[in-house]
Design a protein around this ligand. Structure first.
Ligand code: G4P
Length: 325
């Protein structure tokens, strides 16, 4: 069953972003999870900041497949007014990478009298706090002091003439396709109560068996992955290896799922990326086609209903005419 997660409204976040747009914004930095660079991207941010150049930071690149990170960087770099770079939020000097890319995106800004104003956003768990803590370092992190700007906006002066703003509120993920829901859940970006861990783990097994079968075999000492029982049999075998048995020998599937998800999140299965740019484009296309089909069916039903009602009105009028004669 697809994951539907609507944890809260984003009015406060949207308002804070609009206020920052009105007060002055030159570049938007969107932090993404490099293991799911499509699913962790929220299109709402792009629509709220339309017209501003964008820097996509593929964070946690130390956990992602380097070849796929390169493919996603190419994909984002090919978009207009967009740059992309890979990052580990905790690495020693992320500030330089980010400031350099932002300066390239807005070359006319960055002087003391014309500061470069950058907004940083990201869905939960992409590493925004870690990055901001690393960036802020000894630099004073101030609250907003501009008119019309919420007092909880944080402003970090990264360099003279370079301001990084962190808006309050949450940029929740947007689950546009079912696969994104599973990938977000596997990564830890979605609240635990919103999904069934076994279901997400089974999806993860399917991706791993398709793309990284050796990692699965090696980590859990599995002989074969494509046997009868499919993903469930693999998850059961993982549970057996990880001691997820109850008395009597049956495997507790939720324990097996927890073990697999934990291993994935901690990078113990190696560097893994769950989705490719081509897959993501295909899923989005299919979702858009599905949406268009549903809209067309709704419209056809509405027209049929309208025709039925106007036919009934005509019959009633004819009956009234007959009765009058
Ligand atoms: P958020 O503000 O966007 O919600 O995310 P946050 O910085 O809290 O980071 C979420 C988790 O991701 C943290 O781990 C953090 O250490 C880890 N993390 C952030 N950036 C990177 C990165 O570039 N590479 C790797 N490997 N991990 C990263 P945690 O286990 O939830 O917390 P903690 O035990 O590290 O404090």
């Amino acid at each position: 069953m697809p994951i539907n997660w609507f944890p809260g409204h984003m009015h406060a976040t949207a308002r804070a972003i609009k206020e920052r747009m009105a007060a002055g914004l030159d570049v938007v930095v969107e932090l993404l999870d490099a293991r799911l660079p499509g699913s962790s991207c929220n299109p709402l941010l792009a629509s709220l900041t339309a017209g501003r150049p964008s820097l996509k930071v593929l964070n946690k690149q130390d956990l992602a497949d380097p070849a796929q990170t390169a493919a996603w960087l190419d994909c984002y770099n090919a978009q207009p007014d967009t740059r992309a770079l890979p990052l580990d939020a905790g690495e020693r000097s992320p500030a330089r990478l980010i400031t350099r890319a932002c300066r390239e995106l807005a070359p006319c800004r960055g002087e003391l009298h014309k500061p470069l104003r950058v907004l940083i956003c990201g869905i939960p768990n992409v590493g925004k706090s870690t990055l901001i803590n690393t960036l802020a370092g000894k630099r004073a992190a101030k609250t907003g002091d501009e008119p019309g700007i919420t007092k909880t906006e944080q402003k970090i002066v990264l360099e003279p003439g370079f301001y990084l703003f962190d808006t309050p509120g949450m940029l929740w993920p947007r689950i546009a396709v079912a696969q994104s829901g599973y990938h977000l859940a596997a990564s830890g970006a979605i609240g635990r109560n919103a999904f069934d861990e076994a279901e997400v783990a089974l999806e993860l097994v399917a991706v791993l068996a398709r793309r990284y079968p050796e990692r699965l075999r090696q980590r859990y000492g599995l002989a074969e992955l494509g046997g009868p029982g499919g993903e469930e049999a693999v998850l059961e075998a993982i549970g057996l290896k990880r001691g997820a048995k109850v008395r009597g020998g049956a495997v507790q599937m939720h324990k097996a799922a927890e073990a697999l998800l934990m291993d994935f999140r901690q990078g113990l299965l190696g560097r893994i990326t769950l989705e490719t740019p081509e897959e993501m484009a295909g899923w989005r296309r299919a979702a858009a086609e599905d949406e268009a089909r549903q809209a067309a069916a709704r419209e056809a039903a509405r027209q049929a209903d309208k025709a039925r009602r106007s036919g009934r009105r005509r019959d009633d009028a004819a009956d009234a005419g007959d009765a009058g004669t």
